[in-house]
Design a protein around this ligand. Structure first.
Ligand SMILES: Cc1cc2nc3c(=O)[nH]c(=O)nc-3n(C[C@H](O)[C@H](O)[C@H](O)COP(=O)(O)O)c2cc1C
Length: 416
């Protein structure tokens, strides 16, 4: 058995299995993304897969020979499918055909991919892709259930137009969802058993049926928090305003539009959906809304010299006041400003106290809005403010969650 320390110090090993589906070309992009994310990747292709995608493509992307037959790489006496089965930290089959899924369920080993899955002790993730009727067929569904009962993670196919002309469930899941499932299996799951509620994205405050007031929040920071909490094993619910992003399918999701709707849904979930371990208000909730909403479009010719605004309810402050007692979740808010760092941190400290939050993540609008990276300051009830270097939003999200888990265990709120 490998040493845990050695495991942490080396790149993680992924075996990517590719089957004979039209979606096989997507395996090339998946391999590229895994290599770019610093995983070491080896590919195994079935005979049918090679009709759809050349092994040379995967070899060029991964920089390693692709296993296509039992005798590949056997010159030096090694048995390549067993060597790879032992080498793997995770086996990902994407796309997985109905045929391979059936054979895996029965324990067949007639090709190197099937034999490798039988031989490995690594986690296995299977992402099916097929015609919707093949997917819905009782035989396929039974086989998929059998694989689940063997501990295999199934990344359910998505709904949409299929290459065969049918519309339904059968498209290979988004690569983001496949990578998330893989990373979840690879992680040590420090948030296993925890429940996390996240609010993300902007809100829209209507002026009339076609115009609204909103802000530049993309929702990327909130989605990164959802993804990182899922990877760490938490059960996650997401309430989000209008965003143009793929949302991890493993989260339970409620879309809303206005700040009032977000207030109503988050408050309802906070009180009735709990108990929660963490509530993270990463949404850029509009502070103000038009006092009156016109029922028909305001004509340009009419003119509008001023707009009367009123305050929206404050979700973080409401939760901070209402959620008291032993089961109170760890409450995280965000603060954004355009001024200097020192002012931002001072504002965040005041916000922490005024809204009775446990942590406020402070960021500058120039760093955080819309982009894929962020730079933040973590302000909590300890005197120390932690400045996190500019990094991807996923990395920042991971550090926020780790700081929150550490604070929760310090305060003895939880036995994590
Ligand atoms: C053009 C074409 C597309 C196919 N697409 C799929 C598919 O998306 N999913 C699937 O389960 N089978 C699909 N098949 C059938 C498989 O290729 C066939 O069942 C093959 O035996 C699978 O072998 P493998 O699982 O070893 O790769 C397709 C066949 C052809 C000719």
């Amino acid at each position: 058995m490998s040493e845990p320390k050695a495991l942490a110090e080396r790149k993680q090993h992924i075996v990517l299995g590719v089957c004979g589906s039209i979606a096989a070309y997507k395996a090339a992009e998946l391999a590229r993304r895994l290599v770019a994310a610093n995983y070491e990747v080896r590919c195994v292709m079935t005979e049918a897969a090679q009709e759809f995608l050349g092994a040379k493509t995967l070899e060029a992307i991964t920089g390693a020979a692709v296993i296509t037959g039992f005798w590949d790489g056997s010159e030096n006496g090694s048995i390549s499918h067993i060597a790879l089965a032992d080498w793997a930290d995770c086996v990902v089959i994407a796309p997985a055909t109905a045929d391979t899924i059936a054979k895996l369920a029965l324990g067949f080993s007639e090709n190197p991919l099937l034999a490798l899955v039988l031989a490995t002790r690594a986690a296995t993730v299977v992402a099916p892709a097929m015609n919707c009727n093949m997917w819905e067929h009782a035989a396929t569904q039974r086989n998929v259930e059998t694989l689940r009962s063997h501990g295999v993670t199934i990344v359910d196919p998505a709904h949409g137009m299929l290459a065969c002309g049918w519309e339904g469930s059968g498209r290979l899941a988004e690569l983001d969802d496949i990578v998330l499932a893989m990373e979840t299996r690879l992680s040590v799951a420090p948030m296993q058993g925890m429940r996390v509620l996240v609010a993300a994205g902007p809100t829209r405050e209507p002026i009339d049926p076609v115009r609204f007031i909103s802000n530049r929040s993309s929702g990327k920071m909130g989605i990164a928090l959802v993804r990182q909490a899922l990877i760490r094993g938490a059960a996650v619910e997401l309430v989000h305003g209008p965003i143009d992003l793929a949302v991890p399918r493993a989260a339970a999701v409620t879309p809303v539009t206005t700040a009032q709707e977000m207030y109503d849904v988050v408050r309802q979930r906070a009180h009735q959906g709990g108990p929660w371990d963490m509530i993270i208000m990463a949404a850029a909730v509009a502070d103000f809304r038009p006092r009156h909403q016109e029922s028909s479009k305001i004509k340009g010719s009419r003119g509008l010299e001023s707009l009367s605004l009123e305050a929206n309810p404050d979700i973080l402050a409401t939760l901070g006041t209402e959620l008291r007692g032993r089961d109170r979740p760890y409450l995280i808010g965000f603060a954004v400003a355009t001024g200097a760092e020192s002012e931002l941190v001072q504002d965040a400290k005041e916000k922490l106290a005024r809204k009775r939050a446990d942590m406020v993540v402070a960021n500058l609008a120039a760093d955080g809005f819309e982009g894929d990276t962020n730079r933040v300051w973590l302000v909590d009830s300890t005197a120390q403010v932690r400045a996190l270097e500019c990094a991807t939003k996923d990395s920042i999200a991971a550090q926020i969650l780790e700081a929150a888990i550490a604070a929760k265990s310090r305060e003895g709120r939880d036995d994590v």
